[in-house]
Design a protein around this ligand. Structure first.
Ligand SMILES: Cc1cc2nc3c(=O)[nH]c(=O)nc-3n(C[C@H](O)[C@H](O)[C@H](O)COP(=O)(O)O)c2cc1C
Length: 193
């Protein structure tokens, strides 16, 4: 049986508003475990994952992230009742190899698609108040916060649209605050020889 991963990836957009419904622990375990099994440079397995779903810690992290830099704050930032219900913090060792961030990208994408296979939306977050986060949760010695994956059951839609000829690739929202994400055409960015 063919698994239609292309279709799955098409729906696996960034989600920034979530229903306040907790994600089962075994699903969070599966999401993080996918990252553990993915390819990494030299099979070094230098990354660590902090899975946060305790409501009090999730709440503490509310002000830690910059959401949707392309939208006004009042549009793109989830309110108190739209927050993610879990986070996976990707930690990297203080001393990194040039491939460490690539390992993190592979892990984040693997976790995002695994989450989406359960109908769980995510947003990769790089714009993080790392000092605040490191103080709010216990980061193991020798590790730094690399990236965060926010998780939750989506409370909005997000659709890919073909980018126009104008320069902007900025995502936008409609009156229901559903997202539209322009992507360049395949012809513009893929060459077959
Ligand atoms: C490396 C990386 C960092 C990102 N950081 C943030 C962030 O800090 N805040 C945010 O709201 N979205 C962040 N995003 C999500 C992007 O804005 C999003 O992927 C982009 O707008 C395209 O939308 P799509 O994921 O639906 O294709 C990040 C994505 C990546 C891959």
């Amino acid at each position: 049986m063919k698994i239609d991963l292309h279709k799955l990836y098409t729906g696996c957009r960034s989600y920034r508003r979530f229903r306040q419904e907790s994600i089962p622990q075994e699903v969070l375990q599966e999401i993080a475990d996918t990252a553990r099994m993915r390819s990494c440079a030299l099979n070094g397995q230098v990354l660590r994952y902090l899975v946060i779903s305790s409501p009090d810690i999730v709440k503490k992290l509310q002000s830690c992230f910059r959401w949707a830099a392309k939208l006004p704050k009042e549009i793109g930032t989830p309110t108190e009742t739209q927050q993610p219900t879990a986070y996976i913090v990707v930690l990297k060792p203080g001393k990194t190899h040039p491939f460490t961030d690539i390992d993190a990208g592979i892990a984040l994408d693997a976790m995002a698609i695994t989450a989406w296979s359960h109908g769980i939306g995510s947003c990769i977050l790089g714009s993080i108040n790392r000092k605040f986060l490191s103080e709010a949760v216990k980061i193991p010695a020798g590790f730094d916060v690399c990236m965060v994956l926010a998780l939750g059951y989506p409370d909005h839609k997000s659709t890919i649209v073909e980018a126009g000829t104008e320069d902007t690739l900025d995502y936008y929202v409609d009156e229901s605050r559903d997202y539209y994400v322009p992507k360049k055409s395949a012809a513009d960015i893929i060459t077959y020889l």
